[in-house]
Every structure is written in C-alpha cells, then in structure tokens.
Design a protein around this ligand. Structure first.
Ligand code: B12
Length: 289
C-alpha cells in the first residue's frame, strides 16, 4: 500500500487531536504551511506538521541521540511499504524506511500499541526465528534492534503530547538481560498514556532501581524480562526491592516472555502482569481513573 505524498487535513487533525476546522484555521493564519493539489485541496508535509507540533509544545522530547527534526524522504513521501517490508527495513538497517512504515501506519489510524504488538513484535519474532535457524547473524539482530529503536524515536517526535497526568513512571529491563527494545516500547506506551517516564534501559539492578524509586516516588514501575539468568537470585532481589518501596503507593507492572511462566509469576508478585503493550496501556487507564 502506498500513501499519498503528504497528509490531508483530516489526517493532520487526527494526529493533532483537533477538528478539521482548527487545522484549516492554522493554515489560513499561516502558522502551518500547506500546499494545494490541482483540485485546490490542502496537503501538509509530515516534516512541517512535526515542526508545527514541536513549536506548539516546546517541551517535546528530542530523540535519544537522534536528529531534532523528522527527516522526510527527498521525495517528501510517507509510504507504507507492504507486507514484510518492516521486517526487511529492520534487517537491512534502513531506519528511514522503518520510520516511514511506523509513521504511515500511525497516521492511518493504527494505535501505537497495535503497531508494537501486531507489527513490530512479529517482525522481531521473525528475526529471532531466523537467527535461531542460523539464517541471520547476531550482527543483523543488533542492527535490527537499533533500527527499530531509532524508528520509534522518530515516530515519538510526531506523537501528539497527551495531557499529562503529572505522574512519574519508571521502566527498565532486569539485570543480566540485554534485550532493550521492550523497555523502549514500555516507555513510549506509558508516555503516550500521559506519564512522564524515566527509562533505565536493559540490565538494570533492582537495588539501584529501588534507590531511584524511593528518591523519586514514581506511581508506576514497569519491569521487563526476556531472559532471567538466575531466577533464585532475581526472586530474592525482587523481594528486597518490594520491601524497600513498600511505604509508597507504587504499582509494579511486570512484562516480557520470562514472566509468561505461571510458576515464575507466582514467585514474583506484582499489581499487573502484561503480555502486550495494549495491556500496559489499559492498566494505566485504570490507575488514572
Ligand atoms: C534482538 C534480540 C537480541 C539482541 C538484543 C539487542 C538489544 N539491544 O536489545 C541480542 C543479540 C543482544 C540478543 C541476545 C540474546 N538472545 Co535474543 N533476541 C532478540 C530478538 C530477535 C528480538 C528481541 C526483541 O526486542 N523483541 C521485541 C519484544 C518486545 O518482543 P518479545 O520479546 O517477543 O515479547 C513479546 C512479549 O513477551 C511481550 N513483552 C516483551 N517484553 C515486554 C515488556 C513489557 C513491559 C510488556 C508489557 C510486554 C513485553 O510483548 C511481545 C509481544 O508478544 C528475540 C526474538 C523475539 N522473539 O523477540 C531474540 C530472543 C529473545 N533471544 C533469545 C536468546 C536465546 C538470546 C541469547 C541467550 C542468545 C545467546 N545464546 O547469547 C542472548 C541473551 C543475552 C542476554 N543475557 O540478554 C531467544 C530467547 C528464547 C527464550 N529463552 O525465551 C529469542 C526468543 C530468539 C529465539 N527465537 O530463540 N537477543
């Protein structure tokens, strides 16, 4: 599927969560630039919409190490490549194509969590399976993860900033686990639900997380584990961690394939066990209300 060269008034309205009339007013006032089709319809370039959003919301985060503006293709086109192209752009390290895929899907109504759960995770699964069969190298796995990260941070710059609940959340991956992407997906999901998020990334010791939690009092902590290298030690560390934060009303969300095992969950009590990022988002809604 190929998307139109630029965004329609309706698409911009959806992205900015305003009415079509508001977008037209912005355009007429000259604060949001557009071009006209031969038929006289307004078309907005994604980069211009991103610029406008940042100007309206100066607090917008700049991507981690990324460029401060969304670079569009030279032909100024947002395209949604078909089928397996997200997978292809990830393993070839084509960050721009991966970002275009995600931004295109989002602008066409795919929710962020659906994009993560139903598009990005399956592409990463496919990569993991090919690595397992020896058809992809570890280097390709690393490159794919990096490409996914960078594409998400580009998408993140375009996301409308939700009204923040004024509450702090933290997320991380467990010590000994180097899988970092889940922490990035948890961070973006929580931010999109209106939380201020501190992401400590992969391989985070629980004693240090407890120190941060006691100092900053987050409302939610989301811990992710793809691999638990030493379950007995983790259970001990986790118990200590819970004791240290017990005076505060912090809710803990546990997620990741290592926690899919019922027996592991039984030993690691938490307020919520999420198997998908939509579940994280749903759980956060229950806290806000
Ligand atoms: C990229 C990758 C790596 C990279 C990570 C780079 C980085 N900077 O992150 C590197 C090369 C370092 C790596 C290393 C290893 N990896 Co690896 N890796 C992957 C790969 C391809 C993608 C991981 C990823 O980011 N997935 C995206 C996440 C979000 O998807 P997911 O893990 O499937 O999670 C699903 C749910 O569990 C849930 N979820 C996951 N996390 C969270 C968190 C929260 C909060 C929530 C709510 C939900 C949630 O959502 C997803 C939707 O279903 C996976 C394949 C796969 N299936 O994912 C293998 C995979 C996870 N790795 C695997 C293995 C075996 C390893 C190694 C042990 C290999 C080795 N022998 O060295 C090491 C372990 C190193 C360590 N100590 O951590 C196995 C794990 C098998 C198992 N035991 O379950 C997998 C499944 C590959 C496979 N098919 O065998 N890996």
């Amino acid at each position: 599927m190929v998307f139109s060269k630029s965004l329609t008034t309706k698409e911009v309205a959806r992205l900015c969560r305003v009415s079509d009339a508001t977008v037209k007013r912005w355009e007429e006032a000259g604060v949001l630039q557009s071009e006209r089709t031969n038929g006289g319809h307004r078309r907005f370039r994604a980069a211009e919409v991103a610029r406008f959003q940042r100007a309206q919301n100066p607090g917008t985060k700049i991507s981690n190490g990324g460029k401060p503006s969304v670079k569009t293709k030279s032909r100024n086109e947002i395209s949604l490549p078909s089928g397996s192209s997200l997978f292809h752009s990830l393993i070839t390290g084509d960050e721009e194509e991966a970002a275009d895929f995600m931004i295109g899907a989002f602008l066409h109504g795919t929710t962020l969590t659906k994009l993560f759960d139903e598009m990005l995770c399956p592409a990463m699964h496919q990569i993991g399976n090919l690595w397992f069969k020896g058809e992809l190298t570890v280097a390709q796995e690393h490159l794919a993860t990096r490409t996914a990260h960078n594409a998400i941070f580009r998408l993140r710059q375009l996301l409308p900033i939700p009204e923040t609940s004024g509450r702090l959340a933290m997320c991380c991956g467990v010590e000994g686990d180097f899988h970092e992407l889940p922490t990035c997906l948890a961070q973006t999901t929580m931010e999109n639900s209106g939380w201020e998020v501190v992401n400590f990334g992969a391989n985070m010791p629980l004693y240090s997380l407890a120190e941060e939690a006691v100092r900053n009092l987050p409302g939610v902590i989301c811990i992710s584990a793809t691999i638990l290298t030493d379950i007995e030690r983790f259970v001990r560390d986790y118990k200590e961690f819970r004791e240290r934060i017990s005076k505060h009303k912090t809710q803990v969300i546990i997620g990741g394939r290592a926690f899919c095992d019922e027996e592991v969950r039984r030993r690691i009590p938490a307020e919520n066990y999420a198997v998908s990022f939509s579940e994280v988002s749903n759980f956060l809604q229950t806290i806000i209300h």
